[in-house]
Ligand binder design. Structure first.
Ligand code: 3PG
Length: 306
């Protein structure tokens, strides 16, 4: 059996070693394709792969057509909007993610971005503090939960909205559960986004929501760029001089936003929320174990295209 690690954005070296140990231990072979610059390299590499470990790499119908021996794709991470699930199902390919494995890393970055925003990009001027401020967590999954845990240490007052998570689960963590996104945005000066990119959520963070945020609003995005309505974001930045946007996913209109609102906008050059040795290791090794468990025992626990 051949297990391909196909990562445009490579794992830390120790994570690759950890993955190799799991795959070698199961008597299977590892192939490595990192930092590829052309889709053709991916199409060539998948030809004889029985399993693929990916990150945000795009697995579409063309890749699945080329991968004639493929049985399983594991997205080492949380969001799987980069995989065409319907095409995978049509090709009889199981798709899994590794929920929770990189969530602490993303949550730490979210808080880091908040500090960066309130300390004026570390420019030496007088800023403000997070302590005592209201933080709204939009979607209370693994990352949202970790954000709440860390934000408590900062002394923030924490709110959350999640259409799918029971109120009791949220309140059990000492977080105030609100019953709509509108209520969350109206209540909190800081909003941290943790919604996946789906047909329902794409473009959903719009001016109607953002305009509800109190004075000194800071929107933190470590989720996906697609959930933001960028035209509305620009409008809000234009009309509200108190509004800041800090993101780990560069918007399409990055250059324009940077030019117009340099002091109130920051984007990492490349998504790096999960880019830590620990997260790479946790998610990569979990992906390898899930592949072995599926190929050897048929375990489909983390399958997302059921
Ligand atoms: C995820 O969905 O797990 C995160 O966005 C991390 O993505 P990455 O593996 O591309 O860094």
């Amino acid at each position: 059996m051949k297990i391909l690690i196909a990562t445009d954005k490579p794992f830390a070296a120790e994570a690759v070693t950890g993955i190799r140990e799991v795959i070698d231990g199961a008597g299977m072979q590892v192939a490595l394709l990192e930092k590829y610059t052309d889709k053709k390299q991916l199409l060539d590499a998948v030809r004889d792969a029985n399993a693929i470990i990916i990150r945000s790499d795009i697995i579409d119908a063309e890749v699945l057509d080329a991968a004639t021996q493929l049985k399983i794709v594991v997205r080492a991470g949380a969001g799987y909007d980069n995989v065409d699930l319907a095409a995978a199902t049509a090709h009889n390919v199981v798709v899994m993610n590794t929920p929770g494995q990189n969530s602490n890393a993303v949550a730490e970055l979210a808080l880091g971005l908040m500090v960066y925003a309130v300390r004026n990009a570390y420019d030496g001027s007088s800023g403000s503090e997070l302590q005592g401020k209201k933080l709204g967590i939009h979607a209370y999954g693994n990352v949202g939960r970790n954000v709440a845990r860390i934000a408590k240490g900062f002394g923030m007052e924490i709110y959350a909205y999640d259409a799918f998570c029971p109120k009791e689960v949220i309140e059990n963590d000492g977080v105030k559960a609100v019953s709509s996104a509108e209520e969350l945005y109206a209540s909190c000066q800081f909003i941290s986004l943790h919604i996946p990119a789906t047909a329902e959520t794409k473009n959903s963070i719009n001016a109607a929501l953002l305009d509800k945020m109190p004075k000194g609003a800071v929107l933190v995005n470590t989720a996906r760029k697609e959930v933001i309505n960028e035209a509305d974001l620009l409008k809000v930045l234009e009309t509200r001089p108190d509004f800041k946007y800090v993101t780990d996913i560069m918007p399409d209109k990055d250059a324009e936003i940077k030019e117009k609102f340099a002091k109130r906008y920051f984007s990492t050059p490349k998504k790096m929320g999960a880019q830590t040795a620990e997260a790479n290791n946790n998610a990569g090794v979990a992906a390898a174990k899930q592949i072995v468990d599926f190929l050897v025992n048929g375990n489909t626990k983390f399958q997302v295209n059921k």
